[in-house]
Design a protein around this ligand. Structure first.
Ligand code: SF4
Ligand code: SF4
Ligand code: SF4
Length: 367
């Protein structure tokens, strides 16, 4: 039996396994040795950028130099797959050839699982400086609290690869299985479509290109969601995603493509209406997608000086002296040049909530 212990960070911003290893290398070495079956082989994966740590671990393990392998730190997800890890032990590129767990004579153990306390999951919450310990099955409200987000501001909890689960924060009593090193709490300021695009972009970078559903599917989903965020979404887009995501979740060759499909399906289930509003209502409810931001002139601040008219190369600002000026939204290209031209601070950028403005320039009546 070959035992592979993986300390490669699944997410670069959430190096939980490495954090636990660095905390006490000697104690980690003891646990690693205890995990190896009698007469079995051991390989330990650490990032190639951690040479000193690799040497310290080799020393503590007291095994041959080849027991600790320094692997390519640019990848993360694929090291959760045993067929990919076996290739690394042979000096080859980590390319998955099957769903993890199907090799009878290989045991792949994530470092965070080996070094973590029983029943506890050490997770790195997006934006935090250090990981936190939480129960493996945890109330959504507790995750929000660990992230420093008030339950009333939270929209959902996203558990990263390989889980790909998304749980609504609407029900604070709901529980979430923390099956990943990485957790993110989506707040009301987060646009579900933009967050999904971010996640799919990560899956695209991690994909090896070996299978059609994993590679092409992730590319298609990222392209569609990217169009939606750029105000170029089509009415059929959501149906296409609804069809494609579940097929990817079952037909992709390994868990990378499967998790991308599962994640997309969860986002559509929870935030389908919010994503669809980008297409049908041309609004981003969170006010996060730049393409949906618009510029407006506040009537109570405009003094009718005309400085903004000269700054706008698109001739999108209408008005004359002593008139409240108005931006023609059809002509505006959202360049923002007019904002700095206005000394009165009358021009603002607005997301989902737009200010009330006159439809055309009107005389200024105030003194
Ligand atoms: S799902 Fe992605 S990473 Fe897995 S084999 Fe297919 S292309 Fe490669
Ligand atoms: S928006 Fe500003 S720059 Fe433009 S006319 Fe009004 S006060 Fe002048
Ligand atoms: S944002 Fe740019 S295009 Fe739009 S009104 Fe201002 S200057 Fe003109």
């Amino acid at each position: 039996m070959l035992t592979i212990v993986n300390f490669m960070p699944v997410y670069h911003q959430a190096p939980v396994s490495l954090h636990l290893l660095k905390a006490d290398v000697a104690a980690a070495a003891e646990r690693i040795r205890a995990a190896v079956e009698d007469g079995g082989d051991l390989r330990v994966l650490v990032p190639a950028c951690e040479t000193a740590l690799a040497d310290e671990l080799r020393c503590a393990l007291g095994l041959g130099a080849d027991a600790v392998i320094e692997a390519d730190p640019l990848l993360g997800f694929v090291y959760e797959n045993d067929t990919a890890c076996v290739q690394v032990t042979r000096g080859e590129k980590p390319i998955p050839s099957d769903v993890g767990g199907n090799l009878p004579d290989v045991r792949l153990i994530p470092g965070s699982e080996l070094l973590g306390a029983p029943g506890v999951r050490t997770v790195w919450i997006e934006g935090a400086d250090a990981p936190v310990d939480l129960p493996e099955a945890c109330a959504v409200a507790d995750v929000c609290s660990a992230a420093g987000v008030a339950p009333s501001d939270a929209k959902a909890v996203y558990v990263g690869f390989p889980s790909g689960a998304l749980v609504s924060a609407g029900d604070g009593e709901a529980r979430v299985e923390l099956g990943s090193d990485y957790v993110r709490v989506l707040t009301k300021k987060d646009c579900a479509a933009s967050v999904l695009l971010e996640i799919l972009s990560t899956y695209r970078q991690e994909g090896c290109g070996r299978c059609v559903y994993g590679h092409e599917g992730t590319y298609q989903l990222a392209t569609i969601v990217g169009d939606i965020c750029r105000k170029k979404g089509q009415r059929a887009d959501l149906d296409l995603m609804r069809d494609l995501a579940p097929v990817m979740a079952t037909q992709s060759l390994c868990e990378v493509g499967r998790a991308a499909g599962r994640t997309t399906a969860s986002f559509i289930e929870l935030f389908g209406d919010e994503i669809e509003a980008h297409i049908t209502k041309k609004t981003c409810a969170a006010g996060a997608c730049k393409a949906f931001m618009t510029y407006h002139i506040l009537p109570d601040k405009c003094v009718g000086c005309g400085e903004c008219v000269d700054a706008c190369e698109e001739d999108a600002i209408l008005g004359k002296a002593r008139f409240i000026h108005v931006i023609d939204q059809k002509a505006c290209v959202q360049c923002g040049a007019c904002v700095s031209a206005c000394d009165e601070g009358a021009i603002i950028q607005a997301g989902a909530e737009k200010p009330r403005t006159p439809p055309r320039p009107i005389p200024i009546r105030r003194r």
